[in-house]
Design a protein around this ligand. Structure first.
Ligand code: XMP
Length: 317
């Protein structure tokens, strides 16, 4: 019978056998899958696992530092790489969602490749691929792959000649969480909502700038912290805010304002393939809206997204 304990024991033994004294490189994202894969590999090969965590400048507020701390607390050998400016430069002037995804993916590969070269003897690339990712990448003609180019699977140039090790590729998400719990990974990491690889880059509609990222980070933080404070975070599958490319008229005191609009989105879902908007309490939405408009300079209107998937998608881009 499958238990997380038996899975951990068997997988650690297999990894030891397979990897011996080889060095492995792994890119951490802050998400559940790559974190569990890293801790599992670390159990098997210890310091021979080299983790890389890239700050693409599109993460949530304070996320880079707090996640890096959690990883260090888990004993991982992890290098945090601040590459914000490379991403912002590549994104400059790009407004098309797919062009933005490509730009972000390209810079990520460049940075990861550069960092990997520093681990001269590495033979393996560790990845947090889970079973549904494998299925989705086999059915490349499936709707999700053609509608939006998710880049969770593959993506590194072949000439890097690294063999791939994917210890979670037989597991479903709930099993990954159970394994993570057995490995004593904090709930703060295991219970995280899914977050897209291109991050806030696809939640800022239109072109991305550092200033817009700063605004959206504040908005998102008020919303997500509010969900946590009201005990709603774990009842929601995914939540976030979008910065819209429109301005709206408002009043403040005697002044007319003409400022940005943000949309909040919270969905319930099993796997992200279909989703429904969450009927968050009006009182909660009222409080969050007030806090955003009062505290975030440059935003004068908040709307709530009440669209289901399909036909809408979870992300707006
Ligand atoms: P959609 O917007 O297609 O999103 O309904 C379904 C799920 O996938 C996430 N998503 C992405 N994840 N790279 C990712 O790693 C991407 O480009 C990407 N686009 C969407 C989205 O956040 C949701 O969980």
């Amino acid at each position: 019978d499958w238990t997380p304990e038996s899975f951990v024991d068997a997988t650690v033994a297999e990894l030891k056998e397979k990897l011996g004294d080889d060095e492995v490189i792994l890119g951490l994202s802050g998400g559940v899958d790559s974190s569990v894969a890293a801790v599992l590999l670390h159990r098997a090969i210890g310091k021979n696992l080299y983790c890389i965590f890239v700050d693409n400048g599109l993460l949530r507020k304070n996320e880079f530092d707090s996640v890096l701390e959690s990883y260090k607390g888990l004993g991982l050998n992890v290098k945090g790489v601040n590459s914000k400016d490379l991403f912002y430069t590549e994104l400059e002037g790009k407004t098309d969602p797919e062009a933005k995804r490509k730009a972000i993916g390209k810079v990520f590969v460049d940075v990861f490749e550069m960092e990997s070269k520093l681990v001269e003897n590495a033979k393996w690339l560790g990845q947090g691929t889970i079973y549904p990712d494998v299925i989705e990448s086999i059915s490349v003609k499936g709707p999700s792959a053609t509608i939006k180019s998710h880049h969770n699977v593959g993506g590194l140039p072949d000439y890097m000649k690294l063999k791939v090790v994917e210890p979670l590729n037989t597991l479903f998400k709930d099993e990954v969480r159970l394994v993570g719990k057995t490995l004593n990974i904090p709930d703060e990491i295991l219970g995280r909502h899914p977050f897209p690889g291109p991050g806030l880059g696809i939640r800022i509609l239109g072109d991305v700038t550092a200033e817009k990222v700063a605004i959206l980070q504040e908005v998102d933080h008020i919303f997500i912290q509010g969900l946590k404070d009201h005990g709603l975070y774990d009842q929601v599958w995914q939540a976030g805010a979008m910065l819209l490319p429109v301005q709206s008229v408002g009043v403040m005191g005697d002044e007319r304002t003409y400022e940005k609009v943000v949309a909040l989105r919270a969905v319930s879902s099993l796997d992200g393939m279909t989703a429904d908007w969450v009927h968050l309490p009006y009182e909660f939405l009222a409080e969050i809206s007030n806090n955003i408009i009062n505290r975030v300079k440059g935003v004068n209107r908040v709307v709530y997204d009440i669209s289901s998937k399909p036909p809408a998608t979870i992300e707006w881009e």
